[in-house]
Ligand binder design. Structure first.
Ligand code: IMP
Ligand code: MG
Length: 173
């Protein structure tokens, strides 16, 4: 059966919010270079739109993690699949995520990256589902707080599908 996707946040809403975040960050990091770290693959669309709107110099790097689980239920054990290409010591780092759910992924990454002594460190997530938080962590900047629904689009996938939708959608039965 074909899945029907409903719109939760349309393209205009998402991009308007990203523009506001970019302006805020550009002011905050005036005179510095922002080193953005994206978590593959979900954060890529958000990261590009954010970076394009920044008015301070931006450099990019990527990492990839996987969550191990038994079937659909994540055990919360996070494994590093691809590390950064460059050291982050002394740099102004912004970790860019697509969505924060239990918070386990970010908790693992923040822990890992903090130990590498960046000059500053901030976490920016496009979406947050605070209702499902397990780990004791909050993002510094959130695009949108959303209800506990499984969302796709703007980088987010369901079994690798729908990442290229230009809006945030929910799969309807
Ligand atoms: P956490 O470790 O539970 O915070 O999970 C974060 C990761 O789970 C995200 O980076 C996504 O890859 C994935 N995820 C969580 N919720 C959703 C969703 O609603 N749609 C798509 N992926 C999700
Ligand atoms: Mg992700």
């Amino acid at each position: 059966m074909a899945e029907k996707i409903g719109v939760l946040l349309d393209e205009h809403q998402v991009e308007a919010r990203i523009a506001v975040i970019a302006e805020q960050l550009s002011q905050e990091y005036e005179g510095r270079t922002v080193h953005m770290i994206g978590v593959l693959k979900g954060s890529v669309f958000f990261m590009c739109e954010l970076a394009k709107r920044m008015t301070v110099p931006v450099t990019l790097d990527f990492m990839s993690v996987s969550s191990y689980g038994n079937g659909t239920q994540s055990t919360g054990v996070v494994k590093l699949v691809k590390d950064l290409d460059e050291p982050i010591e002394g740099r102004d780092v912004i970790l860019v995520e697509d969505i924060m759910d239990s918070g386990r992924t970010l908790s693992y990454l923040v822990d890992l990256l903090y130990r590498r002594n960046p000059a500053s460190f901030k976490v920016v997530t496009l979406l947050d589902k605070p209702a499902r938080r397990v780990a004791d962590i909050e993002p510094d900047i959130t695009g949108f707080e959303i209800p506990d629904r499984f969302v796709v689009g703007y980088g987010l996938d369901c079994a690798q599908k729908y990442r290229n939708l230009p809006y945030i959608g929910v799969i309807e039965e």
